[in-house]
Ligand binder design. Structure first.
Ligand code: KMH
Ligand code: ZN
Length: 283
């Protein structure tokens, strides 16, 4: 069944792009929080977070992650999702430790994939360890699926280790990565048909697949992820100015499809995240 509203996730930074190549990329805490505020104002409900160090290099420093989660909770109502993918160079132990920053949600990639000239490594043993930690630490995982084989690995994970924390299965199809599944409508439909029964899902098309994937996702009843982690060109010859520009366009597309953006409260209910906001935490 198709959702009534559209969850718009923004992935504002990623780990791959240099600030020098994309001036609008948020790399400091202030830039990230201002970006998050601007994106919430135009329709985003969830932020997928990668952070940078003082030299704007990707980092998984736990103190910085904690400060980032706190600042986002203070200045926005967005659902805060930390990346456990990090950069392709990050060791597994650092990626597992991300959960100690107590986000609402985290990404969990369901298999290894060629990633341009690199390899994004997610062996089964790492997936299992990360999944079990999400269950123990009460963090809702979002299953990142870069390939059809990742959908099969997701079924194996659920069959073997049970349901995720919160009881909802939420996936993100990451399409158009050189080495992963192509960002086409036909591939999206094939992946969606293979998802676990009752799963909710968003899709993101990397690079020039952004629009075809967004349109196919809306046509198929899915949600949207956009942002400068995935897309740096707004249209032919026109660089993305900032993340809000991409969120605004996604919100317009969703509204045209008569499934306008979902609020942050509705998103919390859909994903069943634990409420860790200071004013809301139980006990
Ligand atoms: N930066 C990529 C290697 C995730 O956030 O979980 C992995 C990535 C996926 O971005
Ligand atoms: Zn990411």
């Amino acid at each position: 069944m198709s959702a009534v509203r559209t969850l718009i996730t923004v992935a504002p930074t990623g780990a791959e792009t240099a600030k020098a190549d994309a001036p609008g990329l948020p790399v400091t805490l202030d830039e990230l929080v201002s970006t998050a505020e601007a994106c919430e104002a135009v329709g985003a409900a969830l932020v997928h977070v990668h952070i940078r160090d003082d030299q704007a290099r990707p980092t998984l420093d736990l103190g910085r992650l904690r400060d980032t989660v706190a600042a986002l909770r203070e200045r926005t109502t967005l659902v805060v999702q930390l990346s456990t993918g990090g950069a392709v160079t990050d060791p597994f132990e650092h990626r597992l430790r991300v959960l100690d920053a107590e986000p609402d949600s985290c990404s969990l990639t369901c298999g290894t994939v060629n990633f341009g000239d690199d390899v994004f490594s997610n062996p089964w043993s790492f997936m299992v360890e990360l999944y079990q930690r999400t269950q123990a630490q009460q963090v809702v995982p979002e299953f990142e699926l870069f390939d059809l084989g990742h959908v099969a690995a997701l079924h194996r994970l659920l069959d073997t280790y049970g349901e995720p924390f919160g009881g909802r299965i939420h996936c993100d199809l990451v399409m158009g990565v050189p080495g992963g599944m192509p960002g086409t409508a036909a591939t999206l439909v094939a992946a969606v048909q293979a998802l676990p029964e009752g799963a909710t899902w968003s899709a993101t098309g990397v690079g020039r697949t952004t629009l075809p994937v967004a349109l196919a996702a809306l046509a198929s009843g899915g949600h949207l992820r956009v942002g400068m982690e995935d897309t740096l060109t707004f249209s032919k010859g026109q660089p993305v100015v900032d993340n809000a520009q991409l969120v605004r366009r996604a919100a317009e597309l969703a509204t045209l499809a008569q499934r306008p953006p979902m609020s942050t409260d509705e998103t919390r209910v859909m994903l069943n995240v634990k409420d860790r906001r200071p004013a809301h935490a139980a006990g």
